[in-house]
Design a protein around this ligand. Sequence first.
Ligand SMILES: *Cc1c(COP(=O)(O)O)cnc(C)c1O
Length: 438
Amino acid sequence: MEPPDERRRIPRTDVVLADARVARAGDRLGAVVVKSAVTAAQARARAGEITPDDVVAEVLDSLPTRTTSLRPVLNATGVVLHTNLGRAPLSTAAMEAISVAAAYVDVEFDVGTGQRARRGRATLAALSDAVPAAEATLVVNNGAAALLLATTALAAGRDVIVSRGEMVEIGDGFRLPDLIRSAGARLHEVGTTNRTVLRDYADAVSPETGCILKVHPSNFRVEGFTSAVAVGELSRLGVPLVVDIGSGLLRPDPLLSDEPDVTTTLLAGADLVTCSGDKLLGGPQAGLVLGRADLVDVLRQHPMARALRVDKLTLAALEATLRGPRPPIERYLHAHAAELRRRVERLAAVVDAPVVPSAGVVGGGGAPGVELPGWAVAVPESWSALLRQGEPCVVARVERGRCLVDLRCVPPEMDDDVLAVLLAVRAGRPVGSSTEAP
Ligand SMILES: *Cc1c(COP(=O)(O)O)cnc(C)c1O
């Protein structure tokens, strides 16, 4: 405890808040955050942990540097679409678009006429240009919302025909049959777990049919005695065919030969295709619906569409993803193993750790079984928790008792930041000291 006269020297709250640097921090972070930092610093001075003269410096030191508690991380897991790390990272063009859209913008306004205009028209045009095979397009909140809207608008109170081989759980307890029931549609299951043939679907079609739904089993594989019915065959049964392809690949990618894409699926005869915006498309969280204009209109005009619509930030980021430079995930997916090895070897040499082969994966419940050849620095398993405490936070992958630092999804210009954190951990320096010179 400080002597009483010292304590009387502790600056009052209004005096601390009047400091120009504290005031500037208040403008950026908000009064509540700054006030609680002042209260905490005064308490430390009262307890004699700091001197009264240090209160302002303590406030400035203890204030958060970011306006969000979301913490940026470097993804050194080798998992390109890491669900826990927010799936697709956006391109800088998309980030820029988000900050423009954050202010007042003409999202639903024609500045020429001064009249209301169609919401998100430029984004829909970008999507149509990217997929000429689609007559019309619609953007909703996410892939699940696209599926919910399609089944509700086309089949509420009627049958949705689905193969038993496609009754999937997407993740986190989210199950397709539950979604269809929640849409008020009747689930008409056909075929078996491993085999469904055209005849199964044909026998199920009746005047009660709202649509046939084909779902890409995106996160597992059934091997052996299997059969599924192609989109082209299903499209000839005379009822609307909705295909949920999951990943949002717009055109075929030779690297992911088993992954369906929007264009091929539409050309094969799907009436509507639904997918996510933040998987292989590399954009913001969104659900895309593409296909027949009359059916897209039915969805657009359904009351539920309003509840599932996207905000202006998403529209802006999606447009920039579609029209702008290739998104980061494309670079990460197609990174050359030799180049990855060169980058990893440079770090490994400095840290004096072995380089080991590391198979990257697509992740996000996509392209199961596809291994992306790459390399990693292998460090002790116990380092993984310490790397996460680094500045920046490095999230690596723990595998068979080792911690693998895989640079596939790390922007090359951040390699030295990963290296600095590795060196800090090896030297046993405290958290965050990685930014200081060794
Ligand atoms: C990921 C996925 C979904 C859900 O999409 P979200 O954008 O996560 O809502 C639906 N269907 C399939 C086949 C998927 O892979």
